[in-house]
Design a binder for this molecule. Structure first.
Ligand SMILES: Cc1cc2nc3c(=O)[nH]c(=O)nc-3n(C[C@H](O)[C@H](O)[C@H](O)COP(=O)(O)OP(=O)(O)OC[C@H]3O[C@@H](n4cnc5c(N)ncnc54)[C@H](O)[C@@H]3O)c2cc1C
Length: 445
């Protein structure tokens, strides 16, 4: 690297958080260097080419939402927003063996009327179940009474009179999908945030957005080009081994190959908690960063299957009563002109499945498909590819809410970013991008 320049920032981590910070700082005239450990960018949201079929496979299906304001602005800035397609109104189809398909389909009415109308049409729920769901909305508005703070989702929903049926058929799938944690563990406070963000804002907030290209193609090249065009750089295969802290400031980062990068005014850590902990000097690990060790994670398993014929004609479906939770029709989502008959079967909060063998996971997914989609019984499985993300997201427990760290540290030129930092949002893409934006603001303040 060249000698020290004022306004030079080293960003450790090339996922959504690090790249968003890099883009925002480049925009403000800072010279940015992003260092990414792996040989590709994207962190926990990336895609790769399947060697057998040549098809694009995401490391896990990612859903965006209309309330992802930071993410939408980031994609717009790097000129990639057109690769994300949003629904015109919130709609999620569910499928179970007893009722077939049913939809949570919210008409274009102001919230919460759209939610009421969406719920009223759902099959498999009684009128009482549906009306009692509004206790949840009222509890959020009343703020204070029946507060979700310090409660698990299960406890909070019980207190609000939610029946086992509406929990199984509506709340629990939503909680597992949005918080990647099971309701008996998940933080009710975080569910409240999800509901407020999705249904408390404008009518587009709950619209689901899905990338029409592989995840890496959605943002990694665009962000890299943006940063490079403004004098910065993005390096892969550059693992930071440790932060060198001298005289109360970070003076350098040392890479795995021993190279030291010194010439920077600020250093942003945009890596997960365990990776940050590993880079810190011993004296810091035991003090303000000790909570990093207590932040747990929760896995997601994706079972990608290729058949000899189509098995489903919808873009995505939530499965009820099976171990597989979602099916995504990758043909319809990624390449409507190409017929690969590729689907992704997703299991979030997958701690009971993450150690299963590849064969056992495929067998389980097939048995769930055969149960719910009779046409799949005659389809021949041609190929499969499993992706296990063991540390997919922060484990959103009641305790973890208090352990997340803010962007500023006791070291003035060390700023923290990453989905897990204390953004007030669940650890999602939006939290990651927001944390990158905030890190840039802290530096530029
Ligand atoms: C399967 C799956 C499904 C998901 N689904 C959704 C979804 O539907 N919607 C949603 O909003 N979110 C979803 N998420 C969460 C989302 O992917 C993350 O919140 C987001 O990608 C986190 O971005 P980040 O930049 O904070 O962290 P990361 O993506 O983890 O980026 C950190 C980067 O730092 C690098 N790094 C680590 N250590 C070092 C080091 N020492 N030196 C240099 N680089 C280092 C890593 O390699 C990584 O690239 C999902 C996650 C997974 C895994």
């Amino acid at each position: 690297m060249a000698n020290s320049l004022s306004g030079r920032v080293v960003i450790i981590g090339g996922g959504f958080a690090g790249l968003a910070a890099g883009v925002r700082l480049s925009e403000r005239g800072y010279e940015v260097l992003v260092l990414e450990r792996r040989n590709h960018l994207g962190g926990r949201a990336y895609s790769f080419i399947d060697s057998k079929t040549g098809d694009v496979v995401d490391n896990g299906q990612h859903l965006f939402m209309g309330c992802y304001h930071h993410t939408i602005a980031f994609l717009e800035t790097i000129g990639r927003l057109d690769r994300l397609k949003f629904q015109q109104r919130p709609r999620v189809d569910f499928l179970d063996s007893a009722h077939g398909f049913t939809s949570f389909d919210c008409p274009p009415l102001p919230a919460p009327l759209n939610v009421l109308a969406g719920l009223l049409k759902m099959k498999g729920l009684g009128v009482g179940d549906k009306l009692r769901a509004f206790n949840v909305g009222r509890a959020i508005k009343r703020n204070g009474k029946l507060s979700p703070d310090a409660l698990t989702v299960d406890q909070w929903l019980d207190q609000l009179g939610q029946s086992a049926r509406i929990k199984t058929r509506f709340w629990n799938p939503m909680v597992v999908a949005t918080l990647n944690q099971s309701p008996d563990i998940a933080s009710a406070r975080m569910l409240k945030v999800v509901l407020q963000e999705a249904f408390g804002g404008d009518s587009k907030s709950a619209n689901i957005g899905i990338s029409r290209v592989g995840l890496s193609d959605l943002y990694t090249d665009g962000a890299t080009d943006f940063i490079r065009a403004r004098g910065g750089d993005v390096q892969t295969g550059a693992q930071v081994q440790r932060l060198i802290v001298e005289g109360g400031r970070v003076t350098a980062v040392e890479l795995r190959d021993g190279e030291r990068i010194e010439a920077a005014d600020y250093f942003i850590s945009a890596v997960p908690p365990t990776a940050l902990f590993a880079m810190l000097p011993d004296e810091l690990r035991s003090k303000e960063f000790s909570s990093l060790e207590k932040l747990g994670s929760s896995p997601i398993v994706s079972i990608n299957l290729w058949f000899d014929r189509p098995v489903i004609d919808r873009e995505f479906v939530g499965l009820l009563g099976t171990r597989s939770q979602w099916i995504f029709n990758k043909d319809l989502l990624l390449s409507p002109d190409k017929r690969s008959n590729q689907i992704a079967v997703i299991i979030s909060a997958a701690r009971d499945f993450v150690d299963w063998t590849r064969d056992a996971l495929v067998e389980m997914a097939l048995s769930d498909l055969h149960e719910l989609l009779p046409e799949s019984r005659s389809a021949v499985l041609l190929h499969s590819a499993i992706v296990k993300e063991r540390e997919a997201t922060l484990s959103h427990t009641v305790e973890s809410d208090k352990l997340r760290l803010g962007p500023r540290t006791s070291i003035p030129n060390l700023i923290l970013a990453g989905d897990w930092t204390d953004t007030g949002l669940p650890a999602t893409i939006e939290s990651a991008v927001m944390s990158g934006d905030v890190a840039a603001e802290v530096i530029d303040a």
